[in-house]
Design a protein around this ligand. Structure first.
Ligand SMILES: Nc1nc2c(c(=O)[nH]1)N[C@H]1C(S)=C(S)[C@@H](COP(=O)(O)O)O[C@H]1N2
Ligand SMILES: [Mo]
Length: 204
């Protein structure tokens, strides 16, 4: 990046007008929910630091404060995620500061998280504190732990099953009947071009 810098939370709040965006959220474990988030396109933040021609990927890191956030899930901390730069710059990628018209509560990723509605939920990193622009594909927590089960891209895809369960359908929280899962979680008309020519079974 040509202009690396730190942002205070107040600066982030004022970077761009806050929008309410109602997105479908699909967890890799086949539950789903619809959430009204508050934020603005991630690109507004990334443009501030001016990505150079060497920036091919975005590496993101969550806060790691063991005293404030005790954990026992067995995953490596801090939680990390990554995106290709063009995915991160896509207008649907949301830098998120709120939900249901209010600030994000701690459990949903306060004070800032990313929401990527066409990808499985684990890509939507919570409590984001550090972002780097890098040349090579960065690690992501779930892929590092179980590479056969969780890929880097993790685009919602009803045709590529998880090794231990089907991804063809999902259970919307609060509903009894399962509904069919949609390619790219229903956002294909906007994001499919990012993956033109890619084998999505290999790049799961
Ligand atoms: N830092 C961090 N981000 C994370 C996770 C996590 O454990 N740590 N879990 C992911 C998973 S698996 C999902 S489905 C969503 C859940 O978001 P929610 O807790 O707001 O429902 O957050 C994702 N982001
Ligand atoms: Mo998840």
């Amino acid at each position: 990046m040509a202009k690396p810098r730190k942002f205070s939370i107040d600066e982030i709040f004022k970077l761009a007008p806050l929008e309410e965006r109602i997105y479908r959220h699909r967890c890799v474990e086949a539950w789903s929910i619809v959430v009204p988030w508050v934020g603005f396109s991630f690109s507004a933040l990334l443009n501030q630091v001016q990505p150079t021609s060497k920036a091919h990927f975005v590496a993101m890191q969550s806060d790691y404060s063991p005293s404030e956030m005790p954990h026992g899930s067995g995953i490596d901390f801090p939680y990390v995620e990554g995106l290709r730069l063009d995915e991160a710059m896509h207008p649907l990628a949301l830098l998120t500061v709120g939900m249901y018209g209010d600030a994000l509560p701690p459990q949903d990723g306060a004070p800032v998280r990313i929401i990527l509605p066409w990808k499985y939920g684990f890509k939507s990193i919570k409590s984001l504190v550090k972002i780097r622009l890098v040349e090579k594909m960065p690690p992501n927590t779930w892929n590092t732990m179980q590479p056969q089960e969780y890929g880097f891209y993790s685009n919602v895809n009803p045709n590529v099953d998880h090794p231990r369960w089907s991804q063809a359908s999902e259970r919307r929280l609060g509903e009894l009947r399962r509904r069919p899962t949609l390619m790219f979680n229903g956002y294909g008309d906007k994001v499919a071009s990012l993956y033109a020519g890619m084998d999505l079974k290999k790049n799961f």
